[in-house]
Ligand binder design. Structure first.
Ligand code: MN
Ligand code: MN
Length: 327
């Protein structure tokens, strides 16, 4: 494919990286309704919403901080050789507008936005937002068949409810997704789980439906390649979603998040697990739970956008290989 200058990020040689309006990775801003919207293959989307957060809030400010930090991303992945912006047409689709005072209305707005994205054949790469954002995304992407999922996180987010019956929080999205038939448990793997817990109700549920949970001890014991390889095998060739909670990474490297858990992967391992996803039929991905008010010197935001770039590289390689995004 020849490179269309319209979809080429602004180079730091043409305009310094600290100058200009900050879009994701300095890509063109192509919101729904834009004349070239339907040409986009991978759309980067901000989901500035943390209405599901039960303790330390802040991910509603994630997309702004991530856009700013993403101006540091250059054209080439030096480790893998990918040049994603030349392989596929990428754009910043803007933010999905939440209603910060109404959780159900926000989820309806998000589902509608992602339905538009899907209808245009665009593969979404989302910057959250808290982890409840993933539920309305899955509702849009899994409307007519359940998806596989590879989920990096300290937490399973599989709990039944909070505060005696509140069903929608950032600790429950995947319980709801299973109940709603959005996920195929036999193709779902959760990696990096750790930390203290209220109880094991989430793990018991995972076991009862056949979701595979790989705790951090197993990840480090068996190694990244072996564990992500197992997740890749479980996902198979069918459409699979990738959800990456920044608290998967050790808080020494990513402190700007609401529910940090110590004893996690370092920043290099955080990228390695994404590179190991090559070959998965990714129909969408997200990086969630970056909370700028708890960040230090933007290090978590930079970690988040670097993970997004690695995801983009894998997704672009797959789109170029002709794998169907939304069959
Ligand atoms: Mn999470
Ligand atoms: Mn988490």
């Amino acid at each position: 494919m020849s490179v269309d200058p319209f979809f080429t990020p602004v180079s730091g040689f043409d305009l310094p990286r600290f100058a200009g309006l900050a879009s994701f990775m300095r890509l063109p801003h192509v919101p729904p309704g834009h004349p070239r919207f339907n040409e986009v293959q991978i759309g980067l989307i901000g989901a500035p919403w943390d209405g599901g957060t039960t303790n330390r809030p802040g991910p509603r400010h994630g997309p702004r901080a991530l856009r700013d930090a993403s101006t540091m991303i250059r054209a080439q992945n030096a480790a893998t050789g990918h040049r994603p912006f030349e392989a596929v047409r990428c754009a910043d689709l803007g933010d999905v507008a939440p209603n910060p005072a109404d959780l159900m209305d926000t989820m309806a707005r998000m589902e509608a936005f992602y339905s538009t994205v899907r209808a245009a054949g665009i593969v979404p790469l989302t910057a959250g937002g808290d982890h409840l954002c993933t539920l309305p995304i899955l509702r849009a992407l899994a409307k007519d068949r359940p998806l596989g999922m590879i989920h990096f996180d300290s937490h399973t987010d599989l709990f039944h409810s909070y505060f005696g019956g509140t069903m929608f929080t950032h600790g429950t999205p995947f319980r709801r997704a299973v109940e709603e038939g959005l996920l195929e448990p036999a193709r779902v793997t959760m990696i990096g789980i750790r930390g203290s817990a209220y109880d094991m109700e989430d793990r018991d549920f995972a076991r009862s439906v056949g979701i595979r949970v790989i705790p951090i001890e197993e990840l480090f014991g068996r190694g990244l390649e072996d564990c992500v390889g197992e997740a890749r095998e479980r996902a198979g060739a069918a459409p699979t979603y990738i959800s990456y909670d920044i608290d998967f990474i050790d808080p020494a490297f990513a402190p700007g998040t609401g529910t940090p858990e110590i004893g996690g992967p370092n920043s290099f391992q955080a990228l390695q697990v994404v590179r190991l996803l090559e070959g998965v039929n990714i129909i969408g991905a997200d990086v969630v739970e970056v909370s700028p008010p708890f960040d230090l010197g933007s290090m978590t935001a930079f970690m988040g956008v670097t993970v997004m770039f690695e995801l983009l590289c894998v997704m672009a390689a797959q789109a170029n290989a002709g794998m169907a995004a939304n069959p």
